[in-house]
Design a protein around this ligand. Structure first.
Ligand code: ATP
Ligand code: MG
Length: 555
């Protein structure tokens, strides 16, 4: 047992016991995605769990594609999954496997079962099989094909493989127990005929193994010791054990289940994300409003923040749902000290310092992050015309408004004290420009004579700032209504994306590259969008705002 570990989850306890009892002398885990979509935050939990256990016990971690169902699987998804797993930091080294590479062994395993009298070719239709299966309260009925001879089964199964039968006309079933209280044990189908081209094996096969048969074999072939999966497979475990035992694997793997990760009011199921992508509700699998790993990355989440989140969630046997605010907490924590704090004005309003000389530009050297000296300093420019946030000026302020208003003095962050002298309006009465005078003695934003100002606002220099687009995100789901309706449709929030085109950002941000992130002071953390940014023309995604009412749950 690794030393210094405080509390151990039930999976670690089970592994500790297996090692102590000598059931296994090492630990081998895997992450087995089906390449039928992008991975999401739930998968990240599974990846980091399996990878983490392998590290903890000095074992091995495999990435294996569970690509046994060619109908929905695509190479695009394979490539994306590989890149997502690597990005998360789960290093599978050269341990990359494809279940489809084991089709020959799976076929042989099926033949072994037939020879042992443990599998038979059944010709009932899909509907009949369902009918014969019985219910939770009633036992099933045996198929009339159940007692075929071994020879006949071998012959038919080979002919299934040779393509002599149409899709859906014959299946191979395990011969277990039609009266079992566990429906999964009632002669489950283990092979079906499907004339479909496979992304890896092409047209070599026209029969494909079912998940419950293929998965334990994949694990056993790779010498997996602990096959960790989610709770919905708990009822399938007797079948998993039956397969590895009857096929005759030595040192069969052991399945352990844990509860899936759910986020409240967030779409996690692959099937549902796919629907949002296909109906155009979002702009692709990596739309920053989604929680696919690619989307989180594009939004600006880091592998460290996701790891922190998954660790905070913990591993459990009971289903629960976590607040999205916890994920936001993790990214704020992660970026807080790592990122430079820049000035960006999203809704600009011109501020003219009337007593500042025209045509002059001065520079201030400022800390990139006051809480982390290692990030160094940068230069920002200041001149007579600046931009400030519209909300930082009010012509008629309410009480306790400490920012700019006629007659009030504030600090322009890093620069000077300025006192508002007035403002201009257009024909409709809209405020178009604010006027102020600065106190040259307050250079650096320091009080020259001990007088205090209550407000500090940020700004950018209009002579060097550049115009850019920023995107703000809200939950994709209308939280009042919840995610799903009874008919499977989703309650979409029509205002989940706000595009602000005329933002002014300080010039240093111009060089931001895809995935670079920053704090925009007094606002939030932003990340240069990987798809829509161009050289010298970044587009920023707001990862998360600075404020939160979230508190860490106490354990
Ligand atoms: P989804 O339900 O989102 O469609 P899936 O379970 O069909 O996902 P797979 O590719 O079959 O996706 O899953 C790969 C692995 O990820 C499995 O071991 C599965 O149990 C695990 N996994 C999937 N969703 C979650 C989740 N929400 N939390 C934790 N693990 C998950
Ligand atoms: Mg699945």
């Amino acid at each position: 047992m690794p030393e210094g570990t405080v509390s151990r989850n039930f999976i670690e306890l089970a592994i500790d016991k297996d090692l102590k009892d000598g059931v296994y002398d090492h630990v081998a885990t895997r992450f087995p995605p089906e390449p039928n979509g992008y991975l999401h935050i739930g998968h990240a939990k599974s990846i980091l769990l399996n990878y983490g256990l392998a590290k903890e016990y000095n074992g091995t971690f495999n990435l294996r594609f569970d690509d046994t169902n060619p109908t929905k699987e695509k190479t695009e998804f394979v490539d994306q999954i590989i890149s997502d797993v690597k990005w998360l930091g789960a290093d599978f080294e050269d341990r990359l496997y494809f279940a489809s590479d084991y089709f020959d062994q799976m076929y042989e395993a099926a033949v072994t079962l037939i020879k042992k009298g443990k599998a038979y070719v059944c010709e009932l239709t899909a509907d009949e099989i369902r009918e014969y299966r019985g219910t939770l309260t009633e036992p099933g009925k045996e198929s009339p094909y159940r007692n075929r001879s071994v020879e006949e089964n071998l012959d038919l199964f080979e002919r299934m493989k040779n393509g002599e039968f149409e899709d859906g006309t014959k299946v191979l079933r395990a011969k277990i127990d039609m009266a079992s209280p566990n429906i999964n044990m009632r002669d489950p189908i283990i092979y079906r005929v499907a004339h479909i081209t496979h992304h890896n094996t092409g047209d070599k096969w026209c029969i494909y193994p079912m998940y419950d048969f293929a998965h334990p074999i994949e694990d056993a072939i790779e010498g997996i010791t602990h096959s960790i999966c989610t709770l919905e497979f708990e009822d399938h475990r007797p079948l998993y054990d039956w397969v590895v035992r009857e096929v005759g694997f030595e040192m069969p793997p052991r399945q352990i289940e844990f509860a899936k990760l759910y986020l409240t009011n967030v779409v996690t199921g692959k099937r549902y994300i796919k629907k949002l992508v296909e109906d155009g509700t979002v702009d692709g699998w990596d739309d920053p409003r989604l929680v696919s790993i690619a989307a989180l990355r594009r939004r600006g989440y880091t592998p460290e923040s996701i790891k922190m989140f998954v660790d905070l969630c913990g591993i459990s046997k009971s289903q629960s749902s976590v607040d999205y605010a916890m994920l936001e907490y993790c990214i704020r924590e992660d970026l807080k000290l790592k990122k430079s704090r820049m000035m960006a004005v999203l809704h600009p309003l011109k501020l003219v310092i009337d007593n500042y000389p025209e045509g002059v530009t001065e520079e201030f050297e400022v800390a990139n992050n006051l809480e982390n000296e290692e990030l160094g300093t940068r230069k920002i420019t200041f001149s007579r015309e600046l931009y400030i946030e519209q909300e930082d000026f009010m012509a008629e302020p309410p009480k306790k408004y400490f920012r700019l208003f006629p007659g009030n003095e504030v600090r322009l962050m890093y620069a000077y004290f300025v006192k508002c002298t007035g403002y201009d309006t257009d024909d409709q009465g809209n405020i178009t420009c604010v006027h102020a005078e600065y106190d040259p003695a307050s250079r650096g934003g320091n009080s020259p004579d001990g007088r205090k100002v209550k407000g500090t606002i940020h700004w950018v220099d209009s002579s060097t700032a550049f115009k850019a687009e920023c995107r703000l995100y809200e939950n994709l789901i209308d939280e009042e209504k919840g995610v799903y309706n009874e008919d499977g449709s989703m309650n979409i929030n029509p205002d989940s994306l706000e595009v602000i085109k005329g933002c002014y950002l300080e010039s240093a941000l111009k060089d931001a590259k895809a995935y670079d992130s920053f704090q925009f002071v007094r606002n939030g953390f932003y990340c240069a969008d990987a798809k829509d940014s161009e050289e010298g023309k970044p587009v920023f995604n707001r990862i998360v705002s600075l404020k939160s009412s979230f508190k860490l749950p106490k354990d």
